[in-house]
Unconditional design. Structure first.
Ligand SMILES: C[S@@+](CC[C@H](N)C(=O)[O-])C[C@H]1O[C@@H](n2cnc3c(N)ncnc32)[C@H](O)[C@@H]1O
Length: 244
């Protein structure tokens, strides 16, 4: 169920009502709903709040702040992703089946590739669209097509992709439960929308999409989804299983 969309003031009312209609929820000025899970529309954009999340901040997608730090932290990750994609003379057409917070998709885009990113969560899809609309750098998103759908439903119409990228949620563990407030919020969003996945089943459907290769992100110690994998690119905590 999509929680109510609370708006900060009359300025946001019509946009909130339009958005709530598309989301399938109600728009309300009632700040008393603030102790329940809710979406919040203010001048700062759209955010999501869940009272049980450890972070007291609302969850918002922000492509403007911390980008330099983010790039430095992700430099190693970028090397691994580049290796998994392999060398290419021309931009690749990538299907990112698991958009999430678009972090990997932005890496692909920054390497000059074309990305179609699929996200099953309606809430996250709207948060992403809001983050993109507020981004100071619109140029990076020109080669992005973001679609709200389940990748398995999209699979039958998926054509002309060079790479299928699949990064399902990691199984909950004590370590990753504590690692990131953002990931915890992502889980809360999926929980309120009652979205449950079976990554092995999803993998079996997605690997049927015609493409030159499939890249699957896995925790370093996790079992592969299939023994048919061709090679692995290993990081410290993550690896990429590559199927050709
Ligand atoms: C681990 S996150 C992906 C993180 C993403 N790679 C990033 O860099 O931000 C998994 C995301 O994929 C979405 N997802 C999982 N299975 C999906 C499916 N079958 N179709 C569409 N989205 C899916 C989840 O809703 C979640 O937002």
């Amino acid at each position: 169920m999509i929680p109510p969309l609370v708006y900060a003031s009359g300025i946001q009312q019509s946009l909130a009502e339009e958005m709530a209609k598309k989301l399938g929820t109600i728009a309300s000025p009632n700040q008393e709903l603030n102790h329940l899970p809710h979406l919040y529309l203010s001048e700062a954009g759209l955010s999501f709040f869940h009272p049980e999340a450890r972070s007291t901040n609302q969850f918002r997608i922000d492509f403007n702040s911390g980008s330099t730090g983010w790039r430095i932290k992700r430099a190693n990750h970028e090397k691994l992703i580049k290796k998994a994609l392999g060398k290419s003379e021309r931009p690749l057409n990538i299907l990112d089946c698991t958009a999430g917070m678009l972090q990997d998709a932005i890496l692909f885009l920054s390497l000059g590739h074309q990305v179609t990113a699929l996200e099953q969560s309606k809430i996250l899809f709207y948060l992403l669209q809001d983050g993109i609309s507020r981004s100071e750098d619109q140029s990076i998103f020109l080669q992005l097509d973001l679609i709200h759908t389940n990748a398995c439903s999209y699979a039958a119409q998926a054509k002309n992709f060079d790479v299928i990228y699949f990064d399902p949620m990691y199984p909950p563990s004590k370590k990753n439960a504590l690692s990131s407030g953002q990931l915890e919020y992502l889980s809360k969003i999926l929980e309120v929308e009652s979205l449950k996945n079976n990554p092995i089943n999803d993998f079996e459907v997605l690997q049927l999409i015609p493409a030159k290769k499939m890249v699957v992100k896995r925790p370093i110690k996790a079992k592969s989804f299939s023994s048919q994998l061709n090679y692995q690119v290993l990081g410290k905590t993550t690896r990429f299983d590559v199927y050709i």
